[in-house]
Structure formats: structure tokens, C-alpha cells
Design a binder for this molecule. Structure first.
Ligand code: GLU
Length: 486
């Protein structure tokens, strides 16, 4: 049997990390088993469709490095792959259920249904359809049709049936069909509901494994009933654990740190890092190693190692993984990404900087970056504007007894040093050390504090060499003024 899976998003917005995780797990499973992956756009909820969402989704999946063998963009033997183009399939399936008396038209008005629902909730019951139209006689049905009463098609759920399936993640799950109520298959506008559409399509496309988010667990019994009614074999179901925020609540698009997939591209994350991070959201490779390439993930992926309990979205872990992957990239690539960030933010290297300035600056901060956009946050206030704001700890350093003397001595040497390189700065420090007899922290920290506004940061000599001399001299002067040392 060839494994066939599908990623079946609804084009209702941008692809977020939860959706990307579902796509990735399907992809890994398909590749692990030498199978096929289908991209199917489930666009039958017409009011919720967002123009351009399908295109963006495809772009996001490609950026992550995922691909599929069949889909709306590339076609395939089981197409079309957009559900609104498959209405004939749903009509056929409906007809076959009608022929066997497994469905019935429901003429209840929205007001009637709402009243029933309110009543059920008020008496503490789970609302479900009363079955009122299930028992209409043929004559009553014909009368409604003649009057043109709007209607939809409901599935007649059989009584006393227990639905059981072996979920590849959750183990055996059983649900009593009686609790489901006769659910809608085709709405009054002729469009199928998700539960009907998904079964017709998964069966028609020979899908063998349905790997999707846990929020669909409650739909599965309805879908199993439809497989039985349509006489089709049901696929294996695997429901992935919910993604949770740090408070262990369902992760929402509004959580800070959670962004659409392409926002990570815009910030200059590497897609490999995001893929590695997503793979660990609810799956573990076993063993210590957590850093795995897409190929390694494919080789190892296994539904048996998908967790049942919620997967916490850990921002620190994302940043750690992102940093590791970023440091593996060649410096010119990273410099290109940072350069893009600078132009997007309307920022420029300081005046008079040579062509290699950005690469040197990026090299300085490389170890601290998780994405290219971090450069602006980390280096912006030090390297990209003439003046700095001194942090409290920098001011404390500058108020130490010998600090002002060191700053003044360094400034005097910097003012007319013909050489403006890291090596030249090192030489200046040696000269200050000899002149004042100050060394170690007491020598470097005051200058660092004055020039960068902080007590910590990357290599000081390189930092100074990356700044125009005029900026450095002005900062040294202003820092002294700030602590009343002029
Ligand atoms: N269109 C559904 C969604 O976006 C897919 C559910 C499924 O995979 O069955 O949630």
C-alpha cells in the first residue's frame, strides 16, 4: 500500500505555526514511508475565504522546504484540488446516500433550531438536532418542496452504534453515535459541510492516513459514520496534540511571539531552524539529539513518538535553535539578510563606512542573533546612530575613581591616531595602560561604557573600528559630561 497523506488547509488567513506543524508532520510521514502528499484547499466555507491566502500558504510551505506531489498549483491524477471545484463529487455522494435512504431533507428554520439549542443548553444538555424532520412523511416533504421552503440535507445517524477507532496518536477512542445528533451534510446553498466534503475527498483521493490537529477529534466519529455509509474504507487517523502557550492554554494567533510563517522569513530566520523547531512541537526523536535537518527528520519521523499531551510553544527554545542555525550560515548570506533589514527600516551604515563595514558589523553580533532582524535591536543603538544613551550600569562604571582619566587618555590618543582599525585601538589601550598603570576591566570598561552606553557587548576594539572617529570622540566627551567630569 502506498502511503498517501494530505494537508488540507482552509484559505481563511495566513499560515500560522500550528498549521505549518500539521503540514510538516504530514510531509515527514509521507517521506519516511516513501509515500505521497497532497495539498488540498478546503474552501467551501465561502464567507471565510480570504483572497490571496492560497498563494501565500503555498509560498510559506515552499519557504519551509516542503513540497507535495499533487495540489492546486501542480495538478495531479486525483484533482481538482480545490473543494469548490469538486461540487460534482459531493452531489454524487449525496445521491448515493439518498438512494439508500440514509439522508433526509430538513426544513427547520434557523429560528426553530436556535430555540431548540437554547432550550437544550438551559436544561444542561448537549445541544443536538431533535430529528424533527427525520420523520416527515413523503407527502409532507413534497408539500415543503412545492412551497419552496429552504432546506438542507442531514445524515440519519443510526441508533445504538458505538464508533471506535485506533488513533495512531491517542490509541483506542470510542464514541456513542447517539450523542452526535443528525448532522448536516449539505447546506441550503448546496455547499457541503466540512464533515461531508472531507470524507468524500479523502475517499476519492485514496488518502490512507489523516494527520491533523486535535481540534478535529470530535469530527472523527461523524466522518467514520460517513465512511461506513458510503462503503469506503476509513483511513488511519492521527490527531496531533494542541500547541499551547507558556501558560499551557491553547496557543492563539494573538499570543505575543506567535507570527505567521512568512513573518519569520521577513525577520530573517532560517527556514531550517523553524522546521526543526516545529518538528519538536509534539514529537521527539528519542535520544539526546534535537538538532536535525529535514532529511534527518524524515528518516526518523514516526507517529508512535508523537505525544498525546499538549505541546508547549517555548520561545526560548525557538531562539536557541534559530541562533544555532544562523551561526551555521555563511557570513555573506547573513550580511545580505541584515542589509535587507536595514533597507526595510530605512537605516544606513554610518557615514564614511567602507564596503566591508556591514560584514564586519554582522560578524561582531553574529553569536547573539536569532534572526537578521535582531541585528537592528542589538547593534542599532550602538552602531547606527551618532549618539548613545548610557545605561545605568554604564554610568556606574564611568563614576569609578580612575574611569574619567582613562577615558580622557584614550580620547587624546584616538583624536589623532592616523590608523582607525581594531589593532590600532588595541595599541592605544596599551599606551593608556603604560601611562596610567591601569589594566584589565578598569582599563577597558570605562571606554566601553562611554562609547557603547553599556557595560557589556561584543569585542570592543572591533566595535570602535566600526564607528566613525567623530562619533567615538563625541561619545567619549559626552559621557564625561554626563557624569560631571568635564
Ligand atoms: N480544512 C480543515 C482545517 O483547516 C482540515 C481538517 C482536516 O485535516 O481534516 O482545519
Amino acid at each position: 500500500m502506498t502511503v498517501r497523506v494530505r494537508f488540507a488547509p482552509s484559505p481563511t488567513g495566513r499560515l500560522h505555526l500550528g498549521g505549518a506543524r500539521t503540514a510538516l508532520f504530514n510531509y515527514l510521514f509521507a517521506r519516511h514511508h516513501g509515500g505521497q502528499m497532497v495539498l488540498r484547499i478546503e474552501d467551501t466555507d465561502l464567507e471565510r475565504n480570504v483572497p490571496g491566502a492560497e498563494q501565500e500558504l503555498i509560498e510559506a510551505l515552499h519557504w519551509l522546504g516542503l513540497s507535495w506531489q499533487e495540489g492546486p498549483d501542480i495538478g495531479g491524477p486525483y484533482g481538482p484540488y480545490r473543494c469548490t471545484e469538486r461540487l460534482a463529487w459531493y452531489q454524487d455522494a449525496l445521491r448515493s446516500l439518498q438512494d439508500r435512504g440514509l439522508v433526509y431533507p430538513c426544513f427547520c428554520t434557523p429560528d426553530q433550531l436556535a430555540a431548540e439549542r437554547t432550550q437544550a443548553l438551559a436544561s444542561g444538555q448537549v445541544p443536538r438536532y431533535s430529528g424533527r424532520c427525520r420523520h416527515l412523511s413523503a407527502a409532507e416533504q413534497a408539500a415543503h418542496m412545492e412551497r419552496g421552503t429552504p432546506f438542507l440535507w442531514r445524515f440519519a445517524v443510526p441508533e445504538d452504534v458505538v464508533l471506535t477507532w485506533d488513533d495512531a496518536v491517542r490509541g483506542t477512542v470510542s464514541v456513542r453515535a447517539d450523542d452526535l445528533g443528525d448532522f448536516v451534510l449539505v447546506k441550503s446553498n448546496g455547499i457541503p459541510t466540512y464533515n461531508f466534503q472531507v470524507v468524500v475527498d479523502d475517499a476519492a483521493m485514496n488518502i490512507t492516513h489523516v494527520i491533523r490537529g486535535e481540534e478535529h477529534l470530535s469530527n472523527t466519529p461523524r466522518q467514520l459514520l460517513l465512511y461506513q455509509a458510503l462503503d469506503k474504507p476509513a483511513p488511519v487517523f492521527a490527531h496531533l496534540p494542541q500547541v499551547l502557550n507558556s501558560e499551557r492554554k491553547k496557543l492563539s494567533k494573538r499570543d505575543p511571539h506567535v507570527e505567521p510563517v512568512l513573518a519569520y522569513r521577513e525577520k530573517g530566520y532560517t527556514p531550517e531552524a523553524l522546521v526543526n523547531f516545529l518538528a519538536l512541537l509534539g514529537w521527539s526523536p528519542g535520544g539526546e539529539q534535537e538538532l536535525l535537518s529535514l532529511d534527518e527528520l524524515c528518516a526518523r519521523f514516526d507517529l508512535a513518538r508523537v505525544h498525546r499531551s499538549g505541546a508547549v510553544f517555548d520561545v526560548d527554545k525557538l531562539n536557541w535553535i534559530a541562533g544555532v542555525y544562523l551561526r551555521q550560515q555563511p557570513l555573506p548570506w547573513l550580511t545580505g539578510q541584515v542589509s535587507q533589514q536595514l533597507s526595510e527600516h530605512g537605516l544606513q551604515p554610518p557615514p564614511g563606512s567602507g564596503p566591508d563595514w556591514l560584514e564586519r558589523a554582522v560578524a561582531l553580533y553574529r553569536d547573539e542573533l536569532t534572526c537578521a532582524a535582531d541585528f537592528i535591536e542589538l547593534a542599532g543603538s550602538v552602531l547606527l546612530q551618532p549618539e548613545v544613551v548610557w545605561q545605568a550600569e554604564a554610568l556606574a562604571v564611568l563614576r569609578q575613581p580612575e574611569a574619567a582619566a582613562v577615558v580622557r587618555a584614550y580620547r587624546a590618543l584616538a583624536a589623532d591616531d592616523p590608523d582607525w582599525t581594531a589593532e590600532a585601538s588595541r595599541r592605544r589601550f596599551r599606551a593608556v595602560q603604560q601611562a596610567l598603570g591601569v589594566k584589565g576591566k578598569a582599563l577597558y570598561l570605562p571606554v566601553r561604557a562611554a562609547v557603547t552606553g553599556r557595560a557589556h557587548g561584543p569585542d570592543l576594539q572591533e566595535t570602535i573600528a566600526c564607528l566613525p572617529r567623530a562619533w567615538v570622540l563625541a561619545r567619549l566627551d559626552n559621557a564625561l559630561a554626563e557624569v560631571g567630569q568635564v
